[in-house]
Design a binder for this molecule. Structure first.
Ligand code: IVH
Length: 691
């Protein structure tokens, strides 16, 4: 019968295409057969075969993209939202480098493309791999698909032995409109915007689909290289262009911040007619030697910034205010809006921040929006900047109905009924129910499995909700995730028999969970969802303590908020007393502590891989800088010391190995002398690290 024949022919074609890279039928013929199969199935659903080719759109799970670790991390950019932010960026770079206001400092300015970034690796001139950004450390191998993009050269003439070129994959407005027309004709869901369409097209398991969707690529950066591309950003971009890459024509070298802002304005004026989406302008320090000196913060370079275009706005009616309870118990008001299009995306929810914001005042009680409060039924102004969640900005009082009532913020948690308490100095009210509040527990779990935390494939927000409500296979706390497979084995109501699950999806989930039993320390710390402890704090703490055991012991020993371990925690640059209190207290809360212990009993927490600083004379040493440094700024001194494996602390103690004292050093140098800690001049320090 025909369906059987189609399954056989298409299956074979797939295998030929993927396995041997030697297609046996043309793309057009493949599409035609697939279409025919879909039509028959639509007319006779009962005849659909278990091995139907229509199931294979997403292809078998085993064929998912392989994970690739980036040799040089793929970072994101810090943001500037105003001219003032840009001037501050220029000042900050000068300060870091110790340049005066009059020293020449050139920047490049270029459009920020709204697509997805991709890293292309060339060896001996041949394209060997293409990897998506992923979480910046590890991406997905999409080489086959990248080969379908005309802008991406498959080979380079005269390139160095190793060259990783980075840039943005995007879809033009015209191609996006065409694609959505085709999607609708095929009764498939249209894409919300060109970026989603580009991402969906690049991450296709079937490279033929990628091929049928025209994608473009602009090169603007690089990763590993066996030889530099030039001395300046400008020269490097010209070189990439000469090698055959598309680079953006609107890239300009600017000599002053005024020129940068002027170019920003000019790009903004051209935005509507470019034919592709951009969401701002990126400025980069032009001199690559200076870029190297500036280096990186935890996730962003110091030498570049994205100047975002202003948010898009729209007006609509506020239909209701609902309260969501977050993982730290915060009660967040959400506006339910009459759907409205803001910058090409339909928006029906927006944040209202907190109680004060609705009432028309800031956290200190000063008026915002000239004191106008926001009420259900009001005509409101909504805005959206890039990826950011839409926000309600203002209200039109002339359209307010006479019967509109001021909004009364709840005093109990709408999810568990516990009192909602707003502590002094906190801008939000929080549910006091802790782990008994289902909303908090679910949100904590969602955070735990999120991308920067455990990132468990197949266990996202939706699945967390599914398992939270389950009886036999309940996941109520993180440890339950790792006992799921064991419980499934002894359970009668097996996961594979549940609605929406099957043999493959269940075993894939168990495998994905198993894979994450081994977890880097920084991810675990972040995943715990402790207030004030974000991704970069997770890394700071992990780098400082090195292992879960040491970290746990230190948190226990710091419980009294005093003593050596408490001081040590506070001495970490980036850890303040609010954060330290939240951390230590969360380990001290008995229920919470027990849940953490149950979790870590299931895990194999990886110690921090210490960067290879063997041979560095200061590896593992604790250094304090004090007084004025003359050869470099404090920030640069710190960054260099850390890169060589030293710990930089703000205060002198018995644990300090060296105090580097410049002119004007005061109490710290004195304390060092009292404690018998070695005191070095800046020259002595530089001589020591130069060894
Ligand atoms: S430079 C070290 N230049 O913006 C950072 N990024 O928000 C190198 N992007 O992940 C990035 N246009 O995907 C750079 N002209 C441009 C860009 C650009 C778009 C993206 C990129 C990055 C994101 C950061």
């Amino acid at each position: 019968m025909e369906l059987e024949r189609l399954a056989r022919v298409l299956g074979q074609a797939n295998e030929d295409y993927h396995a041997s890279d030697a297609p046996t039928i043309s793309d057009a013929e493949y599409d035609r057969l697939k279409q025919r199969n879909a039509e028959i199935e639509a007319a006779f659903p009962a005849l659909k075969r278990p091995d139907s080719p229509s199931h294979q759109i997403g292809a078998p799970v085993s064929e998912k993209f392989a994970k690739v670790k980036h040799r040089v991390r793929m970072l994101s950019l810090g943001n500037a939202f105003s001219d003032e932010d840009v001037l501050d960026f220029d000042k900050g770079v000068r300060r870091y480098l110790g340049l005066s206001d009059t020293d020449v400092l050139q920047f490049t300015a270029e459009p920020k493309i709204d697509g997805l970034s991709l890293s292309l690796r060339y060896e001996a001139g041949a394209l060997v791999s293409a990897t998506t950004r992923g979480d910046g450390e590890t991406g997905e191998n999409v080489t086959q698909n990248a080969r379908m993009i005309a802008d991406i050269p498959k080979s380079l003439n005269g390139a160095s032995e190793v060259l990783e070129v980075r840039g943005e994959v995007y879809m033009s407005h015209a191609d996006f409109a065409d694609l959505n027309t085709r999607q609708e004709k095929r009764d498939e869901k249209p894409f919300a915007n060109p970026r989603n369409a580009a991402a969906g097209s690049l991450r296709q398991l079937d490279a033929r689909i990628t091929k049928s969707r025209p994608l473009h690529f602009f090169a603007y950066a690089w990763g590993e290289m066996s030889e530099p591309l030039g001395k300046t950003q400008t020269a490097a971009i010209v070189r990439l262009n000469n090698l055959g890459f598309s680079t953006n024509d609107l890239t300009k070298t600017c000599r002053t911040p005024a020129e940068m802002l002027q170019h920003y304005q000019s790009i903004e004026e051209q935005r509507a007619t470019l034919g592709y989406d951009i969401d701002g302008v990126v400025y980069k320090v032009d001199d690559l030697a200076l870029q190297a000196r500036l280096g990186f913060r935890s996730t962003t370079p110091r030498w570049a910034i994205a100047h975002k275009f202003p948010a898009e706005i729209a007006h609509t009616t506020l239909e209701a205010i609902e309260i969501q309870v977050g993982r730290t118990g915060a009660l967040s008001p959400v506006a339910r809006l009459k759907p409205v299009t803001v910058g090409g995306v339909v928006v029906s929810n927006a944040t209202l921040h907190n109680e004060d914001y609705i009432a028309g005042r800031d956290s200190k009680g000063a008026a915002i929006r000239e004191g106008r409060d926001i009420r259900v039924g009001d005509w409101v102004e909504v805005y959206r900047a890039g990826d950011v969640i839409p926000k309600v900005r203002d209200v039109d009082l002339s359209k307010r109905k006479a019967e509109a009532q001021p909004y009364v913020f709840p005093t109990v948690c709408p999810e568990c009924g516990s009192p909602a308490i707003r502590e002094e100095g906190d801008s939000v009210a929080r549910c006091s129910g802790g782990l008994i509040c289902p909303a908090q527990a679910v949100e904590k779990l969602k955070h735990f499995v999120s991308r920067a935390a455990f990132d468990i494939e197949g266990l996202g927000a939706k699945q967390v909700e599914f398992f939270y409500g389950d009886t036999d296979l309940a996941i109520r706390e993180p440890a339950d995730i790792f006992t799921l497979a064991r419980r499934d084995e002894t359970n009668l109501g097996k996961l594979k028999n549940r609605d929406g699950w099957g043999e493959t999806s269940a075993s894939n989930l168990f495998a994905a969970i198993e894979e994450k039993r081994e977890i880097p320390l920084n991810r675990l710390i972040f995943a715990l969802g402790i207030r004030h402890v974000g991704e970069s704090t997770g890394s700071l703490l992990a780098n400082h303590y090195g292992s879960w055991t040491k970290f746990g012991l230190a948190m226990d020993a710091a419980q009294a908020h005093e003593g050596v371990e408490w001081d040590e925690l506070l001495s970490i640059d980036g850890v303040g007393s609010v954060m330290a209190t939240a951390l230590v207290d969360s380990f001290h809360t008995p229920d919470n502590r027990a849940a953490i212990d149950r979790l870590t009993a299931e895990l194999d927490v990886q110690d921090v891989e210490v960067a290879d600083t063997s041979g560095s004379p200061v590896a593992g040493k604790t250094v304090v800088f004090t007084g004025t440094l003359e050869q470099m700024t404090r920030a640069e001194a710190k960054a260099r010391a850390e890169a060589m494996g030293a710990k930089v602390s703000g205060s002198v103690s018995k644990k300090t190995d060296y105090v580097v004292a410049g002119p004007g050093a005061g109490s710290k140098a004195k304390k060092a002398a009292e404690l018998g800690v070695s005191i070095l001049s800046e020259e002595e320090w530089l001589a020591m690290i130069a060894q």
